[in-house]
Write a protein that binds this ligand. Structure first.
Ligand SMILES: *Cc1c(COP(=O)(O)O)cnc(C)c1O
Length: 401
């Protein structure tokens, strides 16, 4: 998107504001399906926790996507957006048995990631097909908070426990129809991903009635200049070859599934905030904006570096700034960053604001959550209104004792 379009949207809808480029989401979706075009049955399940606005869900549904969900409320939002239950997979961790039962009863594919629930569920509902999530014990890259396939991770059933899984299956006569892994965000090296895939194939060989193999996600997108990006095209070539060979060996056609979040929506998103104050100190120049980790927590939570541009003065001479928020905490978005000269009132634009930005927003400091706009064919469509004071009061009960 062009700075002038973003500036116009900030004027039209106010700030702070999230903007999503519909064409970029479609572009990424098509990139992925093209990379795996040789796979007969490919299924992309958008991991909606990345960005769960129902208009975004609708957009992905119309592109042909399925949905990856982690809570029953996400399943309900997906159904509300028009997904049918057979297009949804439920991949929870640590949720109650009752929640899993309830989702299964809706006709949604469930994915179980621990032995205790697997045994309980198999004994009670032997006819309901179940996918199992394995932990291949592979460190995908990135840091510990986003890598979920390593040995200490709480996710998945250890591959060393597969004999126990097989015993549960035999005893309960339950039907395992899929094997799943998700090694976590930020795959730097596709060879590591391919190595984990071999572990998935090895596991799959031990189950006779599979319908699909789900390779999860973790595709990395560039956040800043010279960042490594997962090479989807090369992964497509190499994994397709291995998958087709495995299918032949297995003796039946299987669906290859992925569940990307960040890859589909991260780069489509822009976060716009206004500079309230430019403050010189003895050591730096602070640019304080009308936002904080209540709206965009990734820099503070994960240390992620979002590119920040001054779209009000794009041609200005670059200076060094520390960009901070208005929350009464240390909420630093960027340290010592070169940005075109900033004046109070300028609009700053944060890139890669599609994934895990709005969906992690809160009302901390009793601030309103921002509005969201979907951009398509040169026009901005409001897809979430800015909150108002009534939203802050909703569900609160004033008692005076
Ligand atoms: C979060 C999550 C994803 C999506 O991960 P991205 O890094 O955003 O692509 C996929 N699968 C599961 C099970 C997840 O929890």
């Amino acid at each position: 998107m062009q700075p002038k379009d973003l500036l116009y949207l900030a004027e039209q809808f106010g700030n702070p504001l999230y903007v999503y480029d519909a064409d970029k989401i479609a572009f990424q979706y098509n990139r992925l399906t093209t990379a795996f075009a040789k796979v007969e049955k490919l299924r992309i399940n958008y991991a909606m926790k990345a960005l769960s606005n129902i208009s975004i869900l609708k957009l992905l549904k119309n592109l042909g996507s399925g949905l990856d969900t982690v809570s029953i409320q996400e399943v309900q939002l997906g159904l509300h957006a028009g997904f049918t239950p057979d297009k949804i997979i439920f991949t929870p961790n640590g949720v109650s048995f009752e929640e899993i039962e309830e989702v299964a009863a809706m006709g949604v594919q469930i994915n179980i990631d621990n032995l205790s629930i697997l045994e309980h569920f198999g004994a009670k509902h032997p006819k309901v097909p179940v996918c199992i999530r394995i932990n291949p014990h592979v460190m995908a890259g990135g840091n510990e908070n986003i890598s979920v396939g390593h040995i200490d991770s709480k996710f998945g059933i250890s591959i060393y426990q597969i004999p126990h899984v097989l015993r549960i299956v035999e005893n309960t006569k339950m039907n395992i129809n899929g094997i799943h892994m998700h090694t976590g965000s930020d795959i730097l090296d596709i060879e590591v991903f391919l190595y984990a895939s071999e572990i998935l194939f090895d596991t799959a060989r031990q189950f006779k009635d599979l319908e699909f193999l789900d390779f999860g996600s973790g595709f990395k997108v560039p956040y800043k200049k010279d960042d490594i990006e997962t090479n989807i095209e090369e992964l497509g070539k190499k994994l397709t070859k291995r998958f087709l060979a495995f299918e032949k060996e297995y003796g039946r056609e299987l669906t290859l599934a992925f569940e990307p979040g960040k890859f589909l929506v991260s780069e489509a998103g822009y976060f716009l905030a206004k500079v309230n104050v430019v403050k010189q100190t003895t050591s730096t120049v602070f640019a304080g904006i009308d936002s904080g980790f209540n709206h965009l927590i990734r820099p503070m939570f994960y240390g992620s570096q979002h590119v920040i541009e001054n779209i009000s003065n794009p041609k200005g001479k670059e200076r060094f700034y520390t960009v901070v928020g208005y929350i009464c905490e240390t909420d630093t978005f960027a340290n010592n960053r070169r940005i075109a000269e900033i004046h109070e009132g300028d609009i700053l634009c944060f890139r890669n604001a599609g994934a895990y930005c709005f969906s992690m927003a809160s009302n901390y400091n009793s601030r309103f959550k921002p509005a969201e706009v979907l951009w398509k064919d040169g026009k901005g469509y409001l897809i979430r209104e800015r909150e108002t004071f009534d939203d802050l009061l909703q569900n609160q009960i004033m008692v005076e004792l």
